[in-house]
Structures are given as structure tokens and as C-alpha cells.
Design a protein around this ligand. Structure first.
Ligand SMILES: Cc1cc2nc3c(=O)[nH]c(=O)nc-3n(C[C@H](O)[C@H](O)[C@H](O)COP(=O)(O)OP(=O)(O)OC[C@H]3O[C@@H](n4cnc5c(N)ncnc54)[C@H](O)[C@@H]3O)c2cc1C
Length: 373
């Protein structure tokens, strides 16, 4: 039998991990092996034993699933990814309940709702997201400056636990890993024997001028009793959210969205305002009556959402056959980076699309089972 072709996946964030698992389930394992190469790797206990950098977005995500009305072609594309991802979360809850996903209520409160939110109905919400039980609040249920409120069935993900479980699943199914800090995606093609294709799931890409970070500061607290995820969009453009991190992960109270702010350290003044705004919606997040008290701070979190102007890059970079013969310089690349603030909720849809692109590149019709998307 001939040597298997190696597919190198750069990145062990949510996009690299889901893509690698998807490829393991679709590729003929006698012909292909999947190798993840990454600078940073998941651990499920924040801060121990490795301190992750702010650039490793997947360790810092809340993370909840929040559909956005599909009012532009880009948002419509993302809605399709989200809908498929929600189906996978539901399957995982059935088959692997300890993976790190929890079903819960999501609540949205908007002080200045854009028209596309006002026009949303239970039918349009379900058709775009596949999420059930959408209900618009009547005016008696709204308080303060909130003009629109609604709830729906959704999911929260304990991001570090979930990523650690995905990595474990990848390894026990025969996937391989190497720790390496690459200088470019091209370097990945010389990392192993017989590399046939590289997938660039590096979060921010390598020198793509369209990419920039959106800084997020949140507070991980011991606030107990939160069973719903609540998000408030204020008319001044600020956000306040509560995300229960089930599986003993505390509760995330957030958060900021600061494009191109490169500050690494958390600001105490931001922590205080996040906790103060969070206390206004904390009661809605819990089924318990009475005050939620003053939650203890477990950690201040700063992470960088890997944003890209025009949306995520999911495409093949065509190779030059002549160059390919010379030292793998032309090994084809499938790019999958720039997920911004939505990597978890879009992850399995993206992974399915990347796997389809891989199929196109490798032209191995007989080796694949049909796409599930
Ligand atoms: C505060 C905050 C809250 C968020 N909340 C949510 C939420 O509620 N829901 C949601 O869906 N999303 C949320 N996100 C966004 C989500 O975290 C990101 O979209 C997602 O993690 C991006 O995943 P990724 O795999 O593309 O990138 P990353 O997680 O950044 O992973 C990139 C990987 O590539 C590796 N890598 C990078 N460069 C190199 C190199 N040169 N050599 C080798 N390896 C390299 C890294 O080590 C890492 O393993 C949030 C993010 C933040 C910061």
C-alpha cells in the first residue's frame, strides 16, 4: 500500500478542531492522515497548567449561540453555518452529553432595535436558525429603555472543556498533533512527509491585511443559579451579557467589543462597569427569586476575536503545479480563518464547507461518503 497523504491543519482552535474531526469522519483513512500543527492547545481549566495568550480566541469565548437576522448575503451565509452547527450540538447532546454543550434559554433585550430585529417572527427565526420556541415579549415584560425583547431555545458551550474534548476525540480516533509556531502557512507543507494539502485555521491568518482583532474583556464569576444566557444591546452601542458556563465553569459576565484595541491587560474600571451593568440583567438569567448578591470574581478575561473585513475567508488558494514540484511551495491551501465573534456557533457549518473544499482539491470521489450539509 502506498504512503498516506498528509493533510496538515494549522490551528487547534474551534475551527481547526472541528475541521479536523470532520475530515476524520469523511476521508478514507487508508489514504489520508490528518495532522494538526499549532502554537497553542486546549486545556479545560482556565489558567492551569498553561497560560493561554489573548490571541487564542477559543479559550476566552463565552460561548453562547445567538442567531443574527440574515439581512445581508454574509449574514445569510453565517445563518446557514449556524443552523447546521445547532443540529450538530443537538446530536452531541444526545450521543455525548458530557462534551461541554448545554441546552438553555436565550434572552435578547434591545434598546434600539434595527428594523431586521423588529421584523423577525417565530417562523423567520426558526427557518434561519433551526432554533425553537421563539417568543417576543409583550411590552408589559420590558423594563427601562428596552424596546424589544425575545427568548428562544439555544445552547451554551463551556469553551475550554468543549475544545479539550474535541482534541481528545481527535487523538483517540487516530489524529496526530505537533506543537509548532509557524512563520507562514507555506511552512506547514514541509512539516511532514507527503503533505498533499494545508488547511489554514490559524484564527487571524498570516499577514492578511483584512484581519484585525476585536478585543473582548469579560469577567468570569462564581455567580450561581444562572440557567439562561441573557444579552442586552444598549442604545449607546455597548453590550451586556450573562453566559452560564455549565460543567462547573462559573458564569461569564461581559463584555466589551473593541475593534483594533491591542491592550492585553484587563482594566479594573471595565470590570466594575461590566459587573454593574450585568447586575441589572442577572435576575433574568436565573430561575431563583431574590437578589443575586455580589458574585466573586474568578478571573478577568481578555481575548481577541479574529475579525476579517468582508467576513471569514473560506476558500481554496489555487496551487501552481510547477511550483509544487519544487519543494512543496505550491501545496494547495484551504483557508478557514477570520471567524470574528462567532466561531463556536458557526463551527460545524464551517467545518463541513471546508471539508467540501478539501474534497474538491483532492478529487477523491471514491474515498468520500456524501457531504452531510
Ligand atoms: C471574549 C470573547 C467572547 C466570545 N464569545 C463567543 C460566543 O459567545 N460565541 C461564539 O461563537 N464565539 C465567541 N467568541 C469568538 C470565538 O472565540 C472565535 O470566533 C473562535 O474562537 C475563533 O476560533 P479559531 O479557531 O478561528 O481561532 P483561535 O481560537 O484563535 O485558534 C487559532 C489557532 O491557530 C494557532 N495558530 C495561530 N497562529 C499560529 C502560528 N503562527 N503557528 C502555529 N499555530 C498558530 C493558535 O495557536 C490556535 O491554536 C468570543 C471570543 C472572545 C474573545
Amino acid at each position: 500500500m502506498s504512503e498516506p497523504t498528509t493533510i496538515v491543519v494549522i490551528g487547534a482552535g474551534i475551527i481547526g478542531l472541528t475541521t479536523s474531526l470532520r475530515l476524520l469522519s469523511t476521508l478514507n483513512r487508508d489514504k489520508f492522515r490528518i495532522l494538526v500543527v499549532s502554537r497553542e492547545w486546549p486545556t479545560s481549566i482556565p489558567g492551569a497548567p498553561i497560560k493561554h495568550s489573548v490571541n487564542y480566541a477559543s479559550m476566552w469565548a463565552g460561548a453562547h449561540v445567538r442567531p443574527i437576522p440574515a439581512s445581508t448575503p454574509q449574514l445569510a451565509r453565517e445563518a446557514r453555518w449556524l443552523k447546521y452547527t445547532a443540529q450538530v450540538f443537538e446530536e452531541q447532546l444526545r450521543n455525548t452529553p458530557s462534551i461541554g454543550v448545554t441546552r438553555c434559554k436565550g434572552i435578547e433585550l434591545l434598546e434600539a432595535p434595527p428594523a431586521e430585529y423588529e421584523q423577525q417572527t417565530a417562523e423567520s427565526f426558526y427557518s434561519e436558525s433551526g432554533l425553537k420556541s421563539y417568543r417576543k415579549f409583550d411590552s408589559m415584560e420590558l423594563s427601562g429603555d428596552v424596546q424589544l425583547g425575545y427568548e428562544y431555545d439555544t445552547y451554551c458551550i463551556n469553551a475550554p472543556v468543549y475544545c479539550a474534548n474535541l482534541l481528545r476525540s481527535f487523538i483517540v480516533q487516530g489524529g496526530q498533533c505537533i506543537q509548532r509556531d509557524l512563520t507562514s502557512e507555506r511552512e506547514a507543507s514541509s512539516i511532514a512527509q507527503n503533505v498533499g494539502l494545508v488547511i489554514n485555521a490559524s484564527g487571524m491568518g498570516f499577514g492578511d491585511e483584512k484581519c484585525y482583532p476585536i478585543r473582548g474583556q469579560t469577567v468570569l464569576t462564581d455567580f450561581s443559579g444562572a440557567t439562561k444566557t441573557v444579552t442586552k444591546q444598549s442604545k449607546d452601542g455597548s453590550w451586556s451579557f450573562i453566559i452560564p458556563r455549565f460543567f462547573d465553569g462559573g458564569t461569564v459576565i461581559g463584555g466589551t467589543k473593541e475593534p483594533r484595541n491591542y491592550a492585553i491587560e484587563p482594566l479594573l474600571s471595565t470590570r466594575e462597569s461590566l459587573l454593574s451593568e450585568g447586575s441589572k440583567i442577572a435576575g433574568i438569567a436565573t430561575d431563583l427569586s431574590g437578589s443575586s448578591g455580589n458574585p466573586k470574581v474568578i478571573a478577568d478575561i481578555v481575548g481577541r476575536r479574529p475579525m476579517r473585513e468582508g467576513g471569514m475567508r473560506v476558500e481554496i488558494e489555487q496551487c501552481n503545479n510547477t511550483a509544487r514540484d519544487a519543494q512543496n511551495i505550491g501545496t494547495p491551501i484551504v483557508h478557514a480563518y477570520g471567524a470574528g465573534g462567532r466561531g463556536f456557533e458557526l463551527s460545524w457549518g464551517i467545518a463541513a464547507e471546508v471539508a467540501d473544499l478539501v474534497e474538491t482539491v483532492l478529487v477523491v470521489k471514491d474515498s468520500f461518503i456524501p457531504s452531510k450539509l
